[in-house]
Design a protein around this ligand. Structure first.
Ligand code: FCB
Length: 436
């Protein structure tokens, strides 16, 4: 008899997606980045078709509803909604209103992201997030989305993984705009904090005016940095700064209402203080961090996976108890409700995913048993999609997609996840291991 651990009442469970990775037909900075130089993408592909989800959203969402998901995270595409500065496209907003309606009709609570890595070209071509008016532009876009869609959205995310965007686009240059500059990365972090604060202010203003409830956060990527050797003070020192800058700095700025050192100098930002109603947590893995004199650009930190544990095809360490520890650490430090806004595994043949899901949901329940207020879990992701610089080479989906026909083919993990959602309970980790 398999032991079942019930999920908390009202626990949100479903999948997370992002517009550019699934919709197809979007003209934004990422589309140009991939088109201008296909060598930037592992398989030379772009997201011009992706999963064709823009056209297939109704069937797609109904399929997830039929799999008993009770929540769904997706992002609004800024480039569609505001194709020219200050000009909002009513048809694009109507499309997302229809997506929201389909979510609700399919029994899924929507979780809506305003910015998931992509920018409209009018902004990207003029400095992107470093444009001095980027916070005002982002707030204007947020207000337009809230006015049109806010009656159907309770859970908002302003920016997905601001620290990852800053790191990939401005420090190591693998993502647009391809810069490799520490000062620029720091400037981008400051800009993203200001954009977040401006958008939260706009969202809350609209919600209050209409009497709607809005829960707002960022989707924070929690990727702990562990010293490679416990005994090495240099490894500990190398892990310290990335841990603060990438895992804690943004959240503490939101708590204190200031741009904290070493990225800022304590400047106050209007609307920032108390700007998180909950913390959206994207958790995948941790890094083993070595001190390395040959890595001055990353402040002498060199990250690796854990050689002693299984790894995904992305080479990310799989260590479920680390997720419990990460959730508990955030809960104890911030006392804010947590929502797992992403967690998943790159796995070509769906060999790792079934146990990954069971073990990580058990880790979430362990954190809940230890007192953490976790409101839900959104698996990354529904469909094998276009994974940024990795193109189609990394497969995170519960559902495979035939690239020629766009046929959707649920994998064994989709059935397992559907059963968890239906039962609102998770087979205990011990039972899952016994069954393996
Ligand atoms: C996260 C991103 C998401 C996807 C997953 C694998 O960092 O938010 O878009 O790329 O990783």
């Amino acid at each position: 008899m398999v032991q079942q651990r019930p999920l908390p009442a009202d626990f949100l469970i479903g999948c997370a997606t992002a517009a550019h990775q699934v919709e197809g037909g979007i003209d934004n900075d990422w589309m140009r980045w991939a088109r201008d130089d296909p060598a930037r993408i592992a398989d030379g592909s772009d997201a011009s078709v992706a999963c064709d989800h823009f056209r297939r959203h109704r069937e797609d969402l109904r399929q997830l509803g039929a799999m008993h998901h009770n929540a769904h995270r997706f992002s609004l595409e800024w480039a569609r909604i505001e194709p020219r500065a200050g000009c909002f496209d009513g048809a694009a907003l109507a499309h997302y209103a229809e997506v929201l309606r389909t979510c609700h009709e399919s029994g899924m609570e929507p979780v809506v992201t305003l910015h998931h890595f992509t920018l409209p070209r009018w902004l990207a071509d003029n400095g992107g997030v470093l444009h001095p008016e980027a916070p005002r532009f982002f707030a204007r876009y947020a207000a337009a989305c809230a006015e049109r869609l806010g009656g159907d959205v309770r859970w908002w995310i302003t920016i997905n993984e601001p620290t990852v965007l800053a790191f990939m686009g401005y420090l190591i240059g693998r993502w647009p705009p391809g810069e490799q500059s520490l000062p620029h990365m720091l400037a981008v972090l400051r800009a993203l904090v200001r954009m977040h604060a401006a958008a939260v202010t706009a969202l809350r203003r609209v919600a209050v005016r209409h009497g709607w409830t809005a829960m707002v956060s960022i989707a924070h990527q929690e990727r702990p940095q562990r010293a490679a050797s416990r005994a090495s003070p240099l490894d500990h020192a190398a892990a310290l700064l990335p841990n603060w800058v990438f895992n804690r700095w943004f959240l503490h700025c939101c708590r204190r209402g200031r741009l904290l050192p070493p990225v800022g100098a304590g400047q106050r930002v209007a609307g920032l203080r108390g700007s998180l109603d909950y913390i959206g947590v994207n958790y995948y893995t941790y890094d083993v961090t070595h001190f390395d004199l040959r890595s001055p650009r990353t402040l002498f930190a060199r990250q690796a996976s854990n050689p002693l544990l299984p790894r995904s095809t992305f080479d990310w360490t799989i260590d479920p108890p680390a997720m419990r520890d990460a959730l508990l650490a955030l809960w104890r430090e911030f006392s804010l409700p947590l929502l797992v806004t992403e967690n998943g595994v790159a796995d070509t043949d769906d060999e790792l995913r079934p146990a990954f899901i069971t073990d990580h949901l058990n880790a979430v329940l362990d954190a809940v048993d230890d007192g953490a207020d976790v409101r839900g879990y959104l698996h990354w992701t529904a469909w094998d999609n276009w994974e940024w610089a990795e193109g189609f080479t990394q497969r995170f989906g519960l559902i495979a997609v035939n690239r020629e026909t766009q046929e959707r083919l649920p994998k064994p993990s989709a059935a397992l996840y559907a059963e968890i959602c239906r039962a609102h309970a998770v087979p205990s980790a011990a039972a899952a291991q016994g069954a393996a």
